[in-house]
Ligand binder design. Structure first.
Ligand code: HEC
Ligand code: HEC
Length: 335
């Protein structure tokens, strides 16, 4: 079943990459430098990207109803918003909760009963406010089942809300910049990997999930290599799998991202264009879930998990991380 989902993503990606070939003359070919490529309006709102990278691990709108591990963001929007809520009140309420989640502060008792209280994570207030701003001003992604679900489950008491500007029909694949295509692909893969990983942890425990990563991480990226003219890999300055060692250039880019993130700066994907050949780099950052396997040995990584990791990866360097650190980067290559 999971494998089918992965194949779907890969299939989708090859459609994207096939269409890349049609837009060769986009003018990028003349550039020959590393640049921070601007992304178009629809993707520009920093809150959108922040929400996707920081909240979708758990609040993913594409998770099926039964596989959920947290309510979708639109459920939160519906509970936190009514006719009179100002943007500021909305952002304050969200920040108040995520700053230190607790049962007492919850406005979603049903969700707490079902999923347990949201785990504490050290979020940045400014970023949470940008996410809230985006949620307030725009119609956000919602699962197909949501509208019917909220009305039924609350017996009409809870109102469905997803007010706001539509993000607009995304412009056609042909018009997308290489950075947009790369970012979209990286986020899709990440979402899928994250979902499968979280599922494996929940169903089988962290030890089994290590084996899951060991078996499945490579097939996913390898299948991309056979997709038309495109490759995707995850590399790191401190790899677990030695095959994922970053090269000199990649190490330099990892350093750039590390600096930006440590200084709390906004970062953009880096795209490099040379003779019509695009290389796309995007950071992979840690959240609290990652620490179970990439955190501090015998503290955040339980001894049993550590033993399994060392068995499979005797030269493992990928431990000692805290949250919101650069674990590695996505590297995509396409024509
Ligand atoms: C590791 C999983 C996880 C991540 C990551 C996560 N959440 Fe949650 N969140 C949950 C769960 C589970 C619930 C449901 C239980 C609850 O309400 O506490 C929840 C509920 C919420 C609620 C509703 C609280 C209430 O009960 O009134 C808000 C608001 C929220 N999350 C915001 C966010 C935002 C914003 C992000 C990203 C910056 C985020 N969450 C990231 C797991 C997560
Ligand atoms: C259940 C344990 C587990 C969890 C949780 C986990 N990882 Fe990993 N991670 C692994 C294993 C095992 C590998 C090696 C996979 C392989 O052989 O390619 C790996 C490899 C990676 C790599 C490729 C580079 C390398 O070190 O080989 C990156 C990047 C990465 N993980 C990031 C993350 C991030 C980010 C998170 C949290 C969102 C995360 N991982 C959560 C076990 C885990």
């Amino acid at each position: 079943m999971r494998i089918f989902q992965l194949i779907t993503v890969i299939g989708f990606a090859s459609v994207i990459f096939t269409s890349c070939k049609n837009s060769k003359n986009s003018g990028y070919a003349s550039h020959n430098a590393i640049e921070n490529t601007p992304v178009s309006d629809s993707m520009k709102h920093s809150g959108k990207k922040l929400m996707e990278t920081q909240c979708y691990v758990c609040h993913n709108p594409n998770t099926s109803h039964d596989a959920r591990i947290a309510p979708p963001m639109v459920a939160i929007k519906s509970h936190y918003l009514n006719e009179n809520t100002t943007k500021e009140e909305f952002a304050d309420a969200i920040w108040k909760f995520v700053q230190k989640p607790s049962k007492e502060k919850s406005k979603m008792r049903g969700a707490v009963r079902r999923f347990g209280v949201m785990p504490y994570q050290a979020f940045n207030e400014e970023e949470i406010r940008q996410i809230a701003d985006y949620m307030y001003d725009y119609e956000i992604d919602e699962p197909e089942w949501f509208k019917k679900h909220i009305e039924e489950e609350s017996k009409g008491k809870m109102k469905y809300r997803n007010d706001g500007k539509k993000i607009g029909a995304p412009h056609s694949e042909e018009k997308k910049t290489p950075a947009e295509r790369g970012l979209e692909y990286a986020l899709n893969t990440k979402k899928e990997l994250g979902k499968n990983l979280m599922g494996a942890i929940q169903k089988k425990g962290t030890v089994e999930a290590v084996t899951f990563c060991n078996v499945h991480a490579y097939p996913i990226t390898d299948s991309m290599a056979t997709a038309q003219n495109a490759t995707i890999k995850r590399v790191s300055d401190k790899p677990r799998n030695p095959k994922n060692q970053a090269n000199t250039k990649e190490l330099k880019i990892i350093e750039q991202f590390k600096k930006a993130i440590a200084n709390g700066e906004d970062y953009q994907p880096v795209t490099e264009v040379e003779n019509g050949h695009n290389t796309f780099y995007y950071p992979i950052t840690t959240n609290s879930m990652c620490l179970q396997c990439h955190g501090i040995p015998n503290k955040t990584i339980q001894t049993e998990v550590l033993t399994t990791i060392i068995d499979l990866y005797p030269n493992d360097k990928a431990t000692g991380y805290d949250i919101n650190e650069v674990r590695g980067i996505w590297v995509l290559n396409f024509e």
